[in-house]
Design a binder for this molecule. Structure first.
Ligand code: PLP
Length: 332
């Protein structure tokens, strides 16, 4: 865990530690490495997900600095936005969301929950990565509010602290059960999860491989950076916050970007097969945008012989359940 001396402000929001479980039936079926799953779909905050870990540190700072309103953004079905509104509700903060697209006739999935949890929604057309957050902040400040900005995906050095802590949590669990793992596979999109895992691994001097499955075709952020460069930059910032003297470059980032299919949020065969297989063999639900794609990538890597039968691979389930219900048609 993060040491007392270095401890940045943190506000408890989730249920931790999340369980680690063996997927015995899937392991048998794949005839490959032993497969474990870290259940961050069980973190709380109105049906769970990886953003809860980041939000504990982001909201820790928001509260410590006397802010009264959270502002963030994402796609219409953003899990990050839903978890942020839930966190705002239980902390007594207001929450404004910049959501990509136009208001739909029926608000389902995460959007249904955003409304229920009390979000103030601003529809931002083609901008689905929080590009309009500064305009909203300006408006709120004029009205006398004290906004706290949480970037797209909660992915900045402070948010990534959640996954530094997540690695420490995992290592403690594995140690208690005398398990060693060879790799962690997870969905990588806005960069904060990946960056936090890298810093956590470095601090623990662990030697498992970190394998991110890229979800998004486009480059990260608003600049011309690649996702790997963006992740390395966040990781360097996170290490700095912890006074841990390490810098990271894109070469330190392992990212498979060959599973992005038709692009962000587009469900193809890869995702459908992974969703069905995990549901039917393990009774576990993945989501169509992130974990379905990442699991599809893992299954493909196993088929290609990336891991030997004697190895152990941990899939980090990052949540996303509510999005499933807005994909009813595509998944039929
Ligand atoms: C946001 C999200 C991710 C990706 O995490 P990043 O930190 O943005 O890379 C993965 N899975 C789910 C379900 C998510 O909502």
């Amino acid at each position: 865990m993060l040491t007392q001396k270095n401890a940045p402000a943190r506000h408890p929001l989730g249920f931790f530690p999340t369980p680690v479980m063996p997927l015995n039936r899937l392991t048998k079926r794949m005839n490959g490495p032993r497969i474990l799953m870290k259940r961050d779909d069980q973190t709380g905050l109105a049906s769970g997900g990886n953003k809860t870990r980041k939000l504990e540190f982001l909201i820790g700072e928001a509260l410590a600095t006397g802010c009264d309103t959270l502002v963030t953004g994402g796609a219409a079905q953003s899990n990050h936005c839903r978890q942020t509104v839930a966190a705002a509700a239980c902390c007594g903060l207001r929450c404004h969301l910049a959501l990509g697209g136009e208001p739909p006739t029926t608000a389902d999935g995460n959007l249904l929950l955003d409304n229920m949890l009390g979000a103030h929604i601003h529809w931002t057309g083609k901008f689905r990565k929080g590009e309009k957050i500064p305009d909203i902040v300006n408006e709120l400040e004029k009205q006398g509010h004290r906004p706290y900005v949480i970037p797209y995906g909660g992915s900045n050095p402070r948010g990534a602290l959640g996954f530094v802590d997540g690695v420490a949590e995992l290592i403690e669990q594995l140690r208690a059960d005398d398990i060693s793992i060879d790799a962690i596979v997870f969905a990588s999109s806005s960069g904060g999860t990946h960056a936090g895992l890298m810093v956590g691994k470095e601090i623990a001097a662990a030697n498992f491989e970190l394998i991110g499955i890229a979800i998004d075709k486009e480059e990260a952020g608003t600049g011309k950076k690649t996702l790997a460069e963006h992740i390395a930059e966040i990781a360097t910032g996170t290490a700095e916050l912890l006074h841990f003297p390490t810098t990271f470059t894109a070469a330190d980032v392992t990212l498979f970007d060959n599973y992005t299919g038709k692009g962000y949020g587009m469900v193809g065969k890869l995702e459908k097969n992974a969703l069905r297989l995990i549901a039917k063999t393990e009774g576990i639900l993945l989501d169509p945008v992130y974990t379905g794609r990442a699991m599809g990538g893992l299954l493909n890597l196993i088929d290609q012989g990336k891991f030997s039968a004697g190895e152990t691979v941990l899939f980090w389930h990052t949540g996303g359940l509510p999005a499933l219900f807005s994909y009813a048609q595509e998944l039929q």
